[in-house]
Design a protein around this ligand. Sequence first.
Ligand SMILES: [Cu+2]
Length: 239
Amino acid sequence: MTESSKSAFHLWQGFSIGAVIIGALVVVLMGYAMLRYRRKGDHIPAQHQYHLPLEVIYTVVPILIVFGLFAATLVVENKATANPQTNVVVNVNAFQWGWQFLYPGTNALVYGQTTQSPTMEIPVNTNVHINLTSTDVIHGFYVHAFNFSRYALPGVVNQFTIRAQSTGTFFGQCTQLCGLYHSLMFFQVKVVSASDYAKWVASFNNPTAIAAAAAALKTTNAELSSGVASKTSYTKFGR
Ligand SMILES: [Cu+2]
């Protein structure tokens, strides 16, 4: 669960409860009209043309409801798209058919594809700024437990903030049909305590680990520390 997924869920609950109340009201009014004013004989009932107060009510009330729903949606959407200042940043690159998680300003790098799905580690109760992009086709970054999905688009950096509220490992996957092994394009999000996160990032601070990561990517240390994997890294990888 993240903060924005919680408020999106509450918004959905509010909409559903509102819809049930309005639906019930309509059914009750219809039932009342059908029973109370059903045909009782052959005489024609009194004919009326206008009922001004009633017409004003059934025009104004729906308009107020629409404004209410709009305002609630706006508040929740603004929360979901807000990007508060934070020092935990992850550059997420999607590619056919895997994910790369780069932590700019650190040596941390996670990479994995198809049967070796990578794990993105983030600290709990911390704003994590994500720069999401793709190196080839359109992919989708989706974490079920976060109730969150965004396009990963080539040439575009989608930015958003995740604030996980509990520790644990959560399943993520690509949600855009992106080619042959789309169905294997998984990743995990591991939410850990701030101290565990610091330890994890520090575990990348040894030359052997950096060299190994660079070798795995067939890229250079300079490219890695710039935080942006070039397209050639993936091409060189033999895709
Ligand atoms: Cu994909």
